[in-house]
Design a protein around this ligand. Structure first.
Ligand code: DGL
Length: 270
């Protein structure tokens, strides 16, 4: 048993989709969230840069005495999970493996689509992990960089978002996929539009939900689940608190209490 918080981080606000699922799955657990809102997006940055930022954030989270870390960002999970996990002695999980395992379970025809940021697509991590799970799977990737700004603009149910989704998904639907992984933090927030464009024959996989379930298993296996306690949620960002708080309030099932701005200059190193 351990009432220390779980550390969760992302390039910005998108990782709150993972926090939302963790709160639902593990309502007793406290959470410390870091959103790197000053340096978002990660999706267009290099492996080196994303890994460097991830290490800085992990150092910050460790200073908050977290008992486990969830890399909520798909791009950071794709590039930096192994480096970060190697550095520290507490459990670290990313969002890619849980999403990939679920996709393998769901698919009937073995043809899986992945939509994600350019960085996640370029990293090749989703294909690698899926092929390790099942070498017979056929994997098709498509970067959808406009989805992130559309979600952050609040156009979650907008006809423009529908048109953009239609244009992006057209390519990938030609491959006769029956499963589509929402491989970016923001995409679950436009899942209704994505489902409409992809059609009923395609099952959507939400890595945020799968990661929360995986986290529950990891906490249990390590004997570090919280005792019945009143959870605390603390949010840290590297830029404007106001913008973050209003986004968080629109998607979290709880009051967004403590939000604080952190100067990442103090947490730099390698
Ligand atoms: N959080 C990022 C991801 O899931 C999306 C936003 C960004 O590009 O930083 O890949």
């Amino acid at each position: 048993m351990n009432n220390s918080p779980i550390g969760v981080f992302d390039s910005g606000v998108g990782g709150l989709t993972v926090v939302r699922e963790i709160i639902r799955e593990l309502p007793e657990e406290s959470i410390v969230y870091f959103g790197d809102t000053a340096r978002v997006p990660y999706g267009s940055k290099s492996r080196e840069t994303v890994t460097k930022y991830s290490r800085q954030i992990v150092r910050f989270l460790r200073s908050r005495e977290v008992k486990a870390i969830v890399i909520a960002c798909n791009t950071a999970s794709a590039y930096a999970l192994h480096e970060v996990a190697h550095d520290i002695d507490i459990p670290v999980i990313g969002v890619i493996e849980p999403g990939a395992k679920a996709a393998d379970k769901v698919t009937q025809n073995g043809r899986i689509g992945i939509i994600a940021t350019e960085g996640t697509v370029r990293s090749g991590t989703y294909e690698k992990v899926l092929k390790q799970i099942n070498p017979n799977l056929k994997v098709f990737l498509k970067a959808c960089p406009l989805f992130v700004p559309l979600v952050e603009e609040g156009w979650r149910y907008d006809s423009v978002t529908y048109e953009v989704a239609d244009r992006y998904l057209n390519d990938i639907m030609m491959y006769d996929i029956d499963t589509l992984v929402l491989g970016c933090t923001h995409y679950p927030l436009i899942r209704r539009i994505i489902q409409k464009v992809a059609g009923d024959g395609v099952t959507l996989v939400n890595p945020a939900y799968e990661t929360a379930k995986e986290l529950a298993g990891v906490l249990y296996d390590n004997g570090i689940m919280a005792e019945q306690s009143v959870p605390e949620y603390r949010f840290y960002v590297s830029d404007s608190v106001k913008k973050f708080s209003s986004f968080a309030e629109s998607i979290l099932p709880c009051d967004v209490g403590h939000v604080e701005r952190v100067n990442m200059e103090y947490n730099q190193g390698d």
